[in-house]
Design a protein. Sequence first.
Length: 255
Amino acid sequence: MTIRVGVLGAGGRMGREVCRAVRAAEGLRLEVAVDPHNAGDTVEGVYVRSSHAELGPDDVDVMVDFTHPSAVYANVCDLLDAGIHVVVGTTGMTDEQLEDVSARADASSANAFVAPNFAIGAVLMMHVSQVIARYLPHVEITELHHDGKADAPSGTALRTADLIASAREDAPAPVMGEVIDGARGADRAGIRVHSVRLPGLVAHQEVLFGGEGQTLSIRHDSIDRSSFMPGVILAVRRVADAPGLTVGLEALLDL
Ligand code: NAP
């Protein structure tokens, strides 16, 4: 059976890449493109509409959201309430918003899948970091992104910090001593997170562990947005079979 797919944010950097990947994927059909600021254009031969308001399960099976932190929560609520499965790549939803999305998905015939990072290498970086943190609990995260990114820290950095915090048994005492506020980065679950924003970058992260007389660093670099596409396509294929809310691509992988 062909899965009819729609893309929210179809005119953006990620949205255009998703439209291309959906068109190229077997068993998937790009049916709908939504982007209020690119309405009237076409992306991959599909007319871009300004809103998803009129859409229902008769029109589309799965909507993929790569929009903006300020828009994603309302989009996801609308889609779940309309009975349309949703795959979310947009970062920046708060923990409270995710809790509400979970409750809405439970109450809906549609499911939600949210991943802060769809690149397999990034998922492995997070997985391995949890293992390392059990032996080297002193850790800091540096994430580096292009200067068009709207949120800091990145969703991947926040997720990595949460996973490490849940995996390590002892949280070392924080080392502060800031002469200028912010010099030690942000605090997420007791882990310092540093955000770099520069043109030329795509999406990168280093998790740096320190121990007695040694350091260990794990680094992932997305050098092209195509790195996210196999994960997005996998989630589109699987979201209908994952009841409620699922968070993280690792839920679909046998790690
Ligand atoms: P982008 O180039 O700014 O694209 C976002 C697009 O969505 C823009 O065309 C924007 O229009 C449009 N838009 C804004 N509000 C909308 C709404 N309510 N409905 C439909 N479209 C709307 O951003 P991007 O680089 O593609 O990134 C998008 C999101 O994906 C960010 O949150 C980023 O962090 C995240 N991301 C996630 C992953 C992952 O693996 N999970 C990977 C890369 C990026 P305007 O620009 O005119 O506002």
